[in-house]
Design a protein around this ligand. Sequence first.
Ligand SMILES: [Zn+2]
Ligand SMILES: [Zn+2]
Length: 158
Amino acid sequence: MSRGYQAIHAELRARRGSAVGLPCVAPGCSRLADGWALVGEATNWGEKSDSEDKIVRWSTDLNDYAPCCDSHNHQLDKGGDWLYCPRGHYRTTWGVDSKGECQGCRRERRRRLRADPEYRARETARDLARRADRRAMNHRADRAVATGRTATDQRRAS
Ligand SMILES: [Zn+2]
Ligand SMILES: [Zn+2]
């Protein structure tokens, strides 16, 4: 039997128990772990399971796992190590968002996008559309209030 992601995680729980509630091993992190995270080198990449085609990485060596909070687990999934993101941003300076994406990378990506006039035009169009939506919604709400008032007045009159 091949030792896929699911099999390894089942083996982990069977051999090492649950990691939930143990201290997160990330340096400086004071949160409790939400589960096992791969802190060593991945030996395999592939689909999570037959029913989930999400691509995940795992190691067949159970010692490559350590307790981690969700945030640090996501961070590890995105690559890099505790000190640097895959693009070399220093973690302590930049940190990651709740999805584990490096803030430095995110900022660079935004800056790159903003430099693209096509992207800027799309963004402006989207903002205008949103504002128009909001106006239409407010208008409808005003009308609903007005209609309700009229109905009450009529009831009162009869
Ligand atoms: Zn953590
Ligand atoms: Zn980065």
